[in-house]
Design a protein around this ligand. Structure first.
Ligand SMILES: [Zn+2]
Length: 562
């Protein structure tokens, strides 16, 4: 008999605690790390030689939405390909349980899902039965239960309705949901009273669960929304996670204030953490979607379909001037509410040229094509405003010229995050990292979850942290980047024996090349797995071997109390 099921020899271990790398082998048995150190002559059924590579605990996606995706495509390859071995689900008020006839499909319930379950136990049994590509942490969502109890009406709940909501939270937590989440700037919870949320958060806390809050607003209302979330956490006596923290729109620049407000709450004894996305874009990131009115461009269609149509139409002066006027009207209009703040751009400073390919329609860019197509090609990395200043033209004309000249090969994004705010959140030691994504796969092209408007974060979040933000930009150390993806979320969410590499821990392990890790997806072509992740083990089961996904399902359901 061999000493180990699997041995990992010769790597540099970053154990997840924040400590720098050290040299150690790992011997795994029965899904756990059984020894760490120098394994000497001991034997294993499988040995991975990982000289020159880094060995870290499996990453935790602190903010995922694969609740329904797991039922359709259990291996969730896009998650394991970036080193995730655990996902926190049930976020933003939306959970896959309890489901009744009247609360299905409110969100994240895409085509391809056949819902065969109802409550938490039957959902758990379903996903466990089908297998889990990553370990999954379920939470119960406010929108899901409110859609049922208030029949989809968005108004303050009556006393007996709050009783019903509370009972549903209690049932879910008793069955093993780890927390209660809200999506307070979405219908049908925008008009839920703070008192209602306090009662439901308290109910979760009574079971030892958390309150995970997509707060009341991330735009103009961000400061009051964060203040409310902190007050709810305090009044309910519950651990609080602020979801995908960001200060957008009129609240730009409030990042340092928010970090201080959370630190102040911690000083008074509150347990507060947050998660963030690692991109300068939030809400609607795709430039054409933010800029064009819906009559002109259907963002639900792939850009490579819409662009040629627009290119042809832009040759028509009447079309172009009507579109131009509409775009400018939309830009100047004061924005209010989640949809407008997140969906419509307000400044050409925020539309950023990410990629420009080969001109595909010479001569269609009005009078300026000739000498300017060369000029336009050098604009990558600039905002439309900056590009316009350089060419002494109106920004709207620069944008329309780019679309006309480059069509499908033009990639513009709507930048909504202030770099100072981004750094304030990123460097706060309590900030976890989330994809805010639905796990998907490149292996199954027919996959319902290969959503049209994919974002690079769906594939490259961890590579961006480790490769770009830590290694290339030096915003945090490699050991700290790993800690944010491992022991921090394991502590915040109470994941037993995970997030740290030590004997006895679950064998959630990522082996990567710290010099080679990088994102391969872009906004224009986001669907690409990152480079540099060599092996990924989920509870000792290889989900990625030699850089290839295996389709294995080594994950477990991590319910409350396990
Ligand atoms: Zn959310």
């Amino acid at each position: 008999m061999k000493d180990f099921d699997l041995a990992i020899r010769g790597g540099q271990v970053i154990d997840g605690t924040g400590k720098p790398a050290f040299r150690a082998d790992l011997g795994l048995r029965d899904g756990r790390v059984s020894e760490m150190g120098d394994l000497g002559p001991r034997t294993a059924s499988v040995t991975l030689d990982v000289g020159g590579l880094t060995v870290a605990p499996g990453f935790v996606d602190s903010h995922g939405h694969s609740d329904f995706a797991l039922a359709v495509n259990p291996p969730v390859q896009s998650q394991v390909a970036q080193g995730f071995t655990t996902e926190i689900g049930g976020n933003c008020g939306v959970s896959p349980f309890p489901l009744f006839d009247d609360n299905r499909g409110i969100e994240f319930d895409p085509p391809g899902v056949t819902v065969t379950w109802t409550d938490a136990p039957s959902y758990f049994a379903t996903v466990k039965g089908r297998g889990l590509g990553v370990s999954f942490v379920p939470q119960v969502g406010h929108m899901t239960i409110r859609q049922h109890v208030l029949r989809g009406e968005d108004r303050p709940a009556g006393e007996s309705e709050v009783d019903l909501l509370e009972a549903l939270v209690q049932q879910a937590l008793a069955a093993g949901a780890k927390g209660f989440s809200t999506g307070l700037d979405y219908h049908p919870t925008q008009n839920a009273a703070t008192e209602e949320v306090i009662r439901l958060a308290r109910a979760a806390g009574a079971y030892g669960g958390l309150y995970t809050s997509h707060i009341r607003g991330y735009g103009a209302r961000f400061p009051e929304a964060l203040t409310e979330a902190l007050a709810i956490g305090k009044a309910a006596g519950v651990r609080l996670v602020v979801s995908h923290i960001a200060a957008c729109g009129a609240s730009r620049g409030r990042g340092p204030w928010a970090v201080q407000a959370m630190a102040e709450a911690r000083r008074t004894g509150q347990a507060v953490a947050c998660d963030m996305m690692l991109y300068p874009t939030s809400g609607v990131w795709w430039g054409p979607r933010a800029v064009f009115p819906s009559w002109a461009c259907d963002w639900r269609q792939p850009w490579d379909k819409e662009a040629p149509r627009l290119q042809a139409l832009l040759g028509d002066d009447a079309f172009r001037s009507r579109l131009r006027a509409d775009i400018e009207e939309g830009r100047r209009r004061p924005k209010s509410g989640f949809d407008e703040e997140a969906m419509v751009f307000g400044s050409w400073d925020d539309i950023w040229i990410e990629e420009v390919g080969t001109p595909s329609s010479e001569g269609s860019s009005g009078g300026s094509s000739g000498e300017s197509s060369h000029h336009l090609g050098s604009l990558v990395g600039l905002s439309i405003s900056t590009a316009a200043r350089a060419g002494a033209r109106e920004p709207v004309d620069v944008f329309l010229d780019l679309v006309a000249a480059y069509g499908e090969s033009l990639s513009t994004v709507h930048q909504t995050i202030d770099p100072g705010d981004f750094d304030a959140f990123l460097t706060d030691p309590w900030t976890m990292i989330g994809t805010d994504t639905v796990g998907t796969s490149l292996e199954r092209s027919e996959e319902a979850f290969n959503i049209i408007q994919a974002h690079p974060r769906h594939y490259g979040t961890t590579a961006r942290l480790i490769g770009s933000l830590a290694r290339d930009q030096g915003k945090l150390s490699l050991a700290e980047a790993v800690r944010r993806l491992t022991s921090l979320p394991a502590t915040v969410y109470g994941l037993q024996d995970r997030g740290v590499l030590r004997p006895g821990a679950w064998a959630d392990i990522v082996v990567f090349d710290p010099l080679r890790v990088r994102e391969r997806g872009t906004y224009r072509r986001p669907k690409a797995y990152p480079e540099g992740f060599v092996h990924v083990l989920v509870n000792g089961v290889p989900a990625v071997l030699d850089g290839k996904t295996t389709g294995a399902t080594g994950g477990r359901l991590i319910s409350l109390g396990t």
